[in-house]
Design a binder for this molecule. Structure first.
Ligand SMILES: [Ca+2]
Ligand SMILES: [Ca+2]
Ligand SMILES: [Ca+2]
Ligand SMILES: [Ca+2]
Length: 460
């Protein structure tokens, strides 16, 4: 807090300078802008989320299971880290220290981590760093939750952006985050199924379970994509093996089964297929990708619990990520079966992404959470919902224009001032990323200099 006071004192004289620059009164331009609505929904969702943390750092999945709670904690941390909060960085909002929330959450996750002996597999050696170990985030031996929990947790560690940080608790204490990520990726490569017919190349429950399913087979892929952000790559055979599984998991309607050549299609599993397609490098023109896109378009408006789209947070999350990867947020060619256009900023185009955001903004509960039907529970569903909105937000095209009314005036300055945390201080709220002009994860005097340069005063 000392640091924040220091910056406030330093900023005040500069604020006076800004005041002098403004002659005339600020005009009130009411903009019913979805970008503003999205940011507000994100902020209210984040405020609800942090209040859900338990005293030992965990977030509850629902159902009272430590392993599932670890997954819910991973999802919440990833969301909060991507919203700009950092462990050890004192951002205090409504008496909650967001830096402590992240730090406590990471401690809970690492308290669940354990090493796992791995060895050469049929298609190659999964042990990229040659230490004979993998890592999973469920304690003890094989457990039916190993792949799911571990796959949800890993991206949170990568989202810290600190590969050199040391684990400070549990069995991996003293390891760097980098090594944890390497060995977790090794674990996924080791645990990929082989020599089991149609299930070759997929995952289920725990390492080498010897059957695969399309719900579980999402999470190792999400983690491996995440690890690439740190330049960490799994063993070379994994992609090609996953291709085999993908060739046996797609139904004739373009959607995906739960297990190979069996049952019926659903939205979540088909969204997973798009993410897997991106991972394996299948182009959008590939017939299997086209078929999946066609299924998603046909089922777009489905609200069927578990198997549909809207209101099923897990389905919306996978489909949103998959579409963003494969056709982009601005796509209007592949997903056309949309709802009637809702509120948008002037000049924006109604897209699948806007359709999702409109739903989320409209259906957020008063206290900031989202209800969800499906497998992941309310806390994880709320994390997913925030992620979807966050992916879709864009900062105003005019630098420093907080309220999207095409000027940079005192109203924008008031919000800018609320974002100032000093060098290395993180961000006060998610939307502050729009005034971190030099992109170094803080809002400080260097950013203020740019804000000042962009200052226009109120424009009609
Ligand atoms: Ca290893
Ligand atoms: Ca294997
Ligand atoms: Ca403005
Ligand atoms: Ca900055």
């Amino acid at each position: 807090m000392k640091q924040m006071e220091f910056w406030s004192v330093l900023i005040s004289p500069l604020a006076a300078v800004a005041l002098v620059l403004v002659l005339g009164t600020a005009s009130e331009v009411a903009v019913a802008a979805t970008e503003v609505q999205k940011w507000t929904a994100i902020e209210e969702g984040v405020e609800w989320l942090v209040q859900q943390q338990q005293t030992d750092g965990r977030f509850l999945y629902g159902g009272g299971n430590d392993d599932y709670d670890c997954a819910a904690t991973g999802a919440a941390l990833r969301t909060l880290l991507e919203a700009g909060y950092r462990p050890g960085s004192d951002i205090i909002i409504n008496a909650t220290n967001y830096g402590d929330v992240i730090g406590d959450g990471l401690r809970f996750i690492f308290s669940r981590a354990t090493t796992y002996a791995i060895s050469i597999q049929l298609h190659g050696d999964p042990d990229t760093n040659g230490n004979g170990l993998g890592v999973k985030f469920v304690p003890g031996g094989n457990n039916s939750r190993d792949m799911f929990v571990t796959g949800v947790v890993l991206p949170a560690i990568v989202a810290t952006g600190t590969p050199d940080e040391l684990v400070n608790t549990g069995g991996l204490a003293g390891w760097t985050y980098q090594q944890v990520v390497e060995d977790t990726i090794d674990y996924f490569a080791f645990g990929q199924n082989e020599n089991v017919g149609y299930s070759d190349g997929g995952w289920r429950y725990y390492a080498n379970f010897s059957a695969s399913d399309q719900a579980c087979s999402l999470w190792p892929v999400v983690s491996m994509l995440s690890a690439r952000e740190w330049g960490i790559y799994e063993a070379g055979f994994v992609e090609g093996e996953l291709d085999k599984f993908m060739s046996h998991i797609q139904n004739t309607d373009g959607g995906c089964w739960y297990t190979p050549h069996s049952g019926y299609s659903n939205m979540h599993r088909t969204g997973n297929f798009l993410i897997q397609s991106y991972y394996t490098g299948n182009p959008v023109g590939d017939t299997t990708v086209q078929a999946a896109l066609n299924y998603i378009n046909n089922q777009w408006q489905s609200t069927t619990c578990y198997d549909g789209n809207f209101g099923v947070a897990g389905a919306m999350w996978s489909t949103s990520k998959g579409l963003e990867y494969m056709v982009g947020l601005d796509d209007t060619a592949y997903i056309t079966n949309l709802h009637t256009p809702g509120t948008m900023d002037p000049g924006d185009t109604w897209t699948w992404s806007e359709d999702y955001c409109e739903y989320l903004v409209t259906n957020q509960q008063v206290d900031g959470h989202w209800n969800t039907c499906g497998y992941f529970g309310v806390t994880m569903g709320t994390s997913f919902s925030i992620d979807i909105l966050k992916s879709a937000t864009v900062c105003a095209s005019v630098t420093g224009d907080w309220d999207y009314d095409d000027d940079v005036d005192l109203e924008d300055f008031a919000e800018f001032e609320g974002c100032i945390t000093g060098p290395g201080g993180g961000t006060a709220k998610p939307r502050c990323v729009c005034v971190d002009f030099d992109g170094d994860a803080d809002v400080d005097l260097e950013d203020f200099a740019e804000f000042q340069a962009a200052f226009t005063g109120s424009l009609p």
